[in-house]
Design a protein around this ligand. Structure first.
Ligand SMILES: Nc1ncnc2c1ncn2[C@@H]1O[C@H](COP(=O)(O)OP(=O)(O)O)[C@@H](O)[C@H]1O
Ligand SMILES: [Mg+2]
Length: 285
């Protein structure tokens, strides 16, 4: 049993590392419907394909969609002891979601402290370790969940998902600025639904005007992690809970696009790991 209480000692105001979890990466966006959950699943399953140990925490308390996207809506986590929750294993991922604990069609009226408590519980009481990456799928916007996360654990960073329209980019910039304010490094921006490849001709169409996210990343001085096509296979795999269909013989170019973003994310994490965490003072003699 590898659970435990990483928070049971030390200064309660000081974020304590999640024991046995090397990297915690939040996937956020300024608004809903841009593909945060889809990208969270893609990143998590792509990291698994690189031989890494990965967890996926669904922190979208308002609209948890990870159970459906992984085809595990009926899963019920068990308790290993009074306060240790065993995550669901699916597609080689350790998974936890509020969706496992409530009826899917019953709304929850969340108060700030409840959100805080739930996120803390998912961090402290779920038996995540050992993991190379914990991917956290966030609710839309700049609210209580990213705030609690950033105050509770040292996060490796955040990934911002957006679509190429100008209005969506504005939201992405807002989200990126929020992370910067919370002192969470922005590991990069991903442009989702970036282009459409016609299955019959292979011709590429930029439905919403490709390239806006790369420009926004440039303005914000954060990395651009890559772009994801809009593809019916992506939508179907989300609805049917079959993420593995996107790889290998999956829809044209999708598996490659995912792995490119995954590898760029891993590279950005490695680049940051080489840097000192905080400000340092160099004393010359
Ligand atoms: N690249 C894409 N191509 C096709 N459909 C997509 C793509 N990205 C997301 N979708 C679909 O769009 C909808 C919203 O995506 P979702 O990941 O739930 O967004 P969010 O988590 O930001 O609210 C889902 O039905 C999903 O399958
Ligand atoms: Mg979502």
């Amino acid at each position: 049993m590898s659970g435990g209480h990483p928070h049971s000692h030390g200064n309660p105001m000081q974020p304590v590392r999640l024991e046995g979890v090397k990297n915690v990466i939040a996937v956020g966006a300024g608004k809903g419907g841009v593909g945060k959950s889809t990208l969270s699943v893609m990143l998590a399953t792509g990291l698994v394909r690189r031989g890494l140990k990965v967890g996926l925490m669904d922190a979208d308390v308002y609209g948890p969609s990870i159970p459906k996207m992984l085809g595990i809506e009926d899963a019920k986590p068990t308790m290993a002891s009074e306060n240790i929750i065993v995550p669901i294993i699916a597609h080689s991922l350790k998974v936890m979601s509020i969706g496992f604990l409530v009826e899917p069609d019953r709304p929850i009226i969340w108060r700030g402290p409840m959100i805080h408590g739930t996120v803390k519980q998912f961090l402290d009481q779920v038996d995540w370790a050992p993991l190379d990456y914990l991917i956290v799928d966030l609710p839309p916007g700049t609210g209580d969940v990213p705030l609690t996360l950033s105050q509770s654990i040292p996060m490796t960073g955040a990934v911002v998902v957006c679509t190429p329209q100008d209005v969506a980019l504005l939201d992405a910039v807002r989200a990126a600025r929020m992370y910067q304010q919370l002192n969470v490094p922005v590991l990069g921006i991903i442009e989702n639904m970036s282009y459409f490849v016609a299955p019959d001709t292979g011709k590429e169409y930029d439905l919403f005007g490709k390239g806006g996210a790369a420009k926004a990343a440039n303005t914000l001085k954060v990395p651009f992690l890559g772009s994801m096509p809009i593809n019916i296979g992506i939508r179907l795999s989300g609805d049917q809970g079959t993420p593995s269909t996107l790889f290998d013989d999956g829809p044209q170019g999708v598996g490659d696009a995912i792995m490119k973003v995954v590898d760029e994310l891993v590279r950005q994490v490695a680049l940051r790991a080489d840097k000192p965490a905080g400000p340092t003072l160099t004393i010359r003699s």
